[in-house]
Design a protein around this ligand. Sequence first.
Ligand SMILES: NC(=O)c1ccc[n+]([C@@H]2O[C@H](COP(=O)([O-])OP(=O)(O)OC[C@H]3O[C@@H](n4cnc5c(N)ncnc54)[C@H](OP(=O)(O)O)[C@@H]3O)[C@@H](O)[C@H]2O)c1
Length: 202
Amino acid sequence: AMNYSDTLTSQLAVVTGASSGIGAEFARQLAARGVNLILVARSTEKLEELAATLRARHGVTVTSLTLDLARPDSSETLARTLDEQGAVVDILINNAGFASHGDLAEADPGHMASQVQLNVGTLVGNTTRLLPGMIERGRGTVINVASTAGFQAVPHMAVYSATKAFVLSFTRSLWGETRGTGVTVLGICPGATDTPFFDVAG
Ligand SMILES: NC(=O)c1ccc[n+]([C@@H]2O[C@H](COP(=O)([O-])OP(=O)(O)OC[C@H]3O[C@@H](n4cnc5c(N)ncnc54)[C@H](OP(=O)(O)O)[C@@H]3O)[C@@H](O)[C@H]2O)c1
């Protein structure tokens, strides 16, 4: 029987939203299994600090990339940067996301657009750009972070719950498309988890 940890050693994972919360925990758990990492978020210092800790603790290669993933061109920038570094991505963790609490009638349109772009647009862009290589190599994993909020409409979080419903539907469809390719597509639906998420959401 193969040890799951052994199969992951020396693979490369990209983790979005790795500077905090669930993404940082993904990074810690993957590093502990010998996975090399590219950590992506806006907070350079937090990324650098986590990268240094994981290098020292686990001897893995960790680089950080400061990128605002709410920008419509960000998945293109990410893919170009990966190409320039000759990075072959085995594992993509689409985790970066945020919520905002309140009625849509009082919401800032730009903030709502950013939420859709980050939670949905960039997640689709990253997946669309990295999946072909995985399929070609017959190996890879995409993990999309949805939410229990994706299973139902949530008044006062209308945009957020709709983005997570999208992530859930998109991920289930991709699971079907990738059957038999050697690529694994997973969606995770956390319930309320104690991270800075709720400070951001207000
Ligand atoms: N906490 C929960 O109860 C819960 C439940 C279900 C699902 N989730 C989902 O889990 C994922 C992670 O959330 P979390 O709870 O770990 O929250 P968190 O601690 O606030 O982490 C969010 C991460 O996303 C990054 N991020 C936010 N805006 C970004 C942007 N414009 N560009 C790049 N990175 C950005 C943040 O980094 P920077 O600020 O440094 O950019 C941070 O690393 C989200 O998709 C969230 O919807 C959370």
